[in-house]
Every structure is written in structure tokens, then in C-alpha cells.
Design a protein around this ligand. Structure first.
Ligand SMILES: *Cc1c(COP(=O)(O)O)cnc(C)c1O
Length: 420
């Protein structure tokens, strides 16, 4: 179900016309659909219906907005966090500590302590060094940290290099070949309850096969650990399921994913955790922007200069990512154009030679599939403010993150006396 649809020639988010949001909140602005978020969350759960009580931990980094987390919490989701800030948000959104998994290669002692104090469900340990430090912290507090060891299976996820995490040259996890030895070393620590293993090989995966290969390796490791006398009760299969950013692209469905998982994990006899991010949130959001002006090009097509920029939506600049770009009130006229933002950097280009709806100064447009890795990657580069976020539910909407004005950002800066 597409929730960003034309009605009487005007694009709506569910039942709210996008011009009404632009009028009330200004542009650029992220607009999320509660119905779509819910639909995706349920579709993912439904795809895994054949498994026994899986923990679905939403990867908070995909969209950490408090209201988004609240919606997912209501859908029974836990959280996969990668920083103290994400942990704070997840707790504030009402996610049960026991349903929170803490991933990441650089957890600081302060973050580990925060996780221990909150009583989170699981730390995913990414190195022997980290495990030892966590053990000492837990022991000194007289507590025990529940842990899984994240392994690096050396599998090519066949995705963009910057979001590939499961090759041996990537920083994530411990090498599969050393996993049993490191697991045993950490299992002897009094401060740790080493109860499982974890894997996450990358994001925006277009195929299931690399995942299945990685899960196969994880299954072999579980057998090896059990043979060595360890009680393995949990396995975390990470996230990574891709979504279609271009009309007409076909990506694995939750049902296909679930079927593969059931096959790959048959007989494991563990509680499985999943960490979907993009799959849940991407299609639930658009970035709504207004055309500032069109500018004639050199030899090529014209530039459509919009008021959104790479600081608001970084994916095109960061990964060369494609986002569908559509007029909010299309006239039927089409044009080939370069879509760019106002930032003084050529990287601030959303699309080159794009065949899209013809736009004139003042016209509204959207970048689709912007609900994941959108607002959360925003910066204030060029002293632009932080883009606001709106959540739509049927015919109502609410600002769920305020625009942060450039002046408010400047307020946090100080000029020392010796410069005054
Ligand atoms: C980013 C990340 C995820 C989520 O990835 P998606 O592709 O958004 O599903 C899950 N687990 C870990 C450890 C991550 O770093």
C-alpha cells in the first residue's frame, strides 16, 4: 500500500495534503506515515511467523525519532542501539530494557555502564578487548552482562562498500576463525554471561544468498561452541534487508526472508533476534521540499534548485543513492533536469539528468523512501538548520521534531574571553 498518493492531483501523506504540511511547518521537512510504519513492522513480523518468539529489535540508527520509536514499541519491537544516545532515546520511548540490544565497535566505558545500569537485554561484543572491559565493569558493579559475540563471517553482502560490514577487512565483529577461542576466553569472565552469537553483514541487501551464507557459518559456529561445552541460547541475525528506491525494482519480501531464515536456522534451538532498520522505516517517509528556482545549465539540462540539501538528506552525496523525485502537484509535463540543493559543494546533487515532473519556482516536490537514514544523518553544514519531522496519522499530523534554527545552533558556541 502506497500512502503517499495523488488525490485530485495533489500528493497526500495518508489523508493529509502535503501542501498543508508545507504551509504549517515550512520546508524542507520529513513527513512520516504512521500507517506505513505499522504496516512494515507487521509485515516483517508476519514474515517470521514460523519462528518461536523472535525478538524484533528495530535498528534505531535508521530512524531514532522518539515518536517513531514509540510506534514501533507499540508494535512489540525492541531496539538495537549503537550509542548511549540511542539507548537514552529507546528508554525514553518506553522500550523495555530487556528488549534492547547494544551493538557497535566503540562502546565507551560510560556507555557500557549506562547499559548495565539500565539492565539491557544484551550486549553484542565486537572484540575480545571490549568483552574484557565490559566484564570488569559488570563485576565491579556486582552484576553480570548478558552477551552475544558478534562474528565477522567474511561474506560479501554485495551492497555499497560504505554499508558493507561483514568482510574480513571491515571493522565489525571478531574473525570467525578466532570466534570459538575468544568466546571461551570471555565465557570464563565472571562479569559476563556469554549466551549467544551475532552477525550483521551490511545494509540495503538486494539478495538473500549472502545472508544465508553468513547464517550457515553462524550455525556451524553454534555447533562448535556447544561441542566445547558452552550453552548457546541466543543468536542475533542482524538487519540488512534492502528496499526498492526506484519504481519497479524488486527486493526480497519479508516472507521470502522468513522462509530463508527458517531454512538456515533449522534445528538451532535458540531464541533469534533480528535488527531491521531500513526495511521498517524507509518507505514510511518522504522529504518534502520546495523548488527555489530553476537555473539554465551550461550545455546540458537545467538545474532545479530545491530548498533541501545534502545536509538534510545525505544518502545521494554519501553513497550516490537514488531517491525518486516527484512533484506534489504534477501537471503532467516532464523534463530532464539536474536536481540540486543550495549548498556550496558539487556533492550537493540529488540527481543528474533525471527525467522527472517539470517544476517551477515555488513548486513542492518529494524525495521518496526517505524514512530511514534520512533525518538522522542531517547536519548543519553551511549553517543551515536541522530539518524538522512530521508524523501523519490518517487526517491528522504533528510535528515530532522541531526545526532547529541556525541561530539556536550558534547559541551553543562561545567566543573565549581572550578572543573578545
Ligand atoms: C545498521 C545496523 C542494522 C540495521 O541495518 P538495516 O540495513 O537498516 O536493516 C542492524 N544491526 C546493526 C548492528 C547495524 O549496525
Amino acid at each position: 500500500m502506497d500512502v503517499f498518493t495523488l488525490r485530485s492531483g495533489i500528493m497526500h501523506a495518508e489523508d493529509v495534503p502535503l501542501p498543508a504540511i508545507a504551509e504549517a511547518v515550512g520546508t524542507p521537512v520529513y513527513v512520516y506515515s504512521l500507517a506505513k510504519l505499522t504496516e512494515r513492522a507487521r509485515a516483517f513480523r508476519q514474515g517470521l511467523a514460523g519462528l518461536d518468539r523472535p525478538l524484533l529489535a528495530f535498528a534505531v540508527k535508521a530512524n531514532p525519532n522518539l515518536s517513531v520509536l514509540r510506534v514501533l514499541g507499540r508494535e512489540g519491537y525492541g531496539a538495537d542501539v549503537v550509542s548511549g544516545g540511542e539507548l537514552t532515546r529507546s528508554l525514553a520511548a518506553g522500550i523495555a530494557p530487556g528488549d534492547i540490544v547494544f551493538s557497535g565497535v566503540g562502546k565507551t566505558h560510560a556507555e557500557m555502564t549506562q547499559g548495565l545500569e539500565a539492565g539491557i537485554g544484551q550486549f553484542n561484543i565486537e572484540s575480545e578487548e571490549e568483552g574484557r572491559e565490559l566484564a570488569a565493569l559488570a563485576a565491579s558493579r556486582g552484576t553480570v552482562a548478558r552477551c552475544a559475540l558478534r562474528v565477522n563471517p567474511d561474506v560479501d553482502a554485495r551492497t555499497h562498500a560504505k554499508i558493507s560490514t561483514g568482510r574480513s577487512e571491515n571493522k565489525f565483529g571478531v574473525p570467525l576463525g578466532r570466534a570459538a577461542e575468544i568466546f571461551a576466553a570471555l565465557a570464563s569472565e565472571a562479569g559476563l554471561e556469554m549466551r549467544g552469537v551475532a552477525v550483521h553483514i551490511g545494509s540495503q541487501l538486494a539478495e538473500l544468498e549472502p545472508l544465508e551464507t553468513a547464517f550457515g557459518k553462524l550455525g556451524a559456529l553454534i555447533a562448535e561452541l556447544r561441542a566445547a561445552g558452552h550453552a548457546i541460547t541466543h543468536a542475533d541475525l542482524g538487519g540488512g534487508l534492502g528496499v526498492s528506491y526506484r519504481h519497479g525494482e524488486r527486493y526480497p519480501t519479508a516472507a521470502e526472508y522468513g522462509e530463508m531464515v527458517a531454512r538456515a536456522t533449522k534445528g538451532w534451538d535458540v531464541r533469534l533476534t533480528f535488527e531491521p532498520g531500513r526495511f521498517i522505516a524507509a518507505e514510511a517517509g518522504v522529504l518534502l521540499t520546495r523548488t527555489i528556482r530553476t537555473k539554465r545549465g551550461g550545455n546540458g539540462p537545467p538545474f532545479v534548485v530545491v530548498d533541501a540539501a545534502m545536509n538534510d538528506l545525505a544518502r545521494p552525496a554519501l553513497y550516490g543513492a537514488y531517491h525518486e523525485f516527484e512533484a506534489v502537484e504534477p501537471t503532467g509535463a516532464r523534463a530532464v533536469a539536474h536536481i540540486v540543493g543550495p549548498i556550496c559543494e558539487t556533492g550537493d546533487t540529488f540527481a543528474m539528468n533525471r527525467d522527472c515532473d517539470a517544476l517551477e519556482a515555488g513548486d513542492l516536490a518529494v524525495f521518496r523512501t526517505a524514512g530511514a537514514y534520512g533525518a538522522t544523518m542531517a547536519s548543519s553544514y553551511n549553517s543551515r538548520g536541522f530539518v524538522p519531522e512530521v508524523l501523519v496519522d490518517g487526517d491528522r499530523f504533528a510535528v515530532v521534531a522541531d526545526r532547529i534554527a541556525p541561530a539556536a545552533i550558534m547559541d551553543a558556541e562561545r567566543v573565549p574571553e581572550w578572543l573578545a
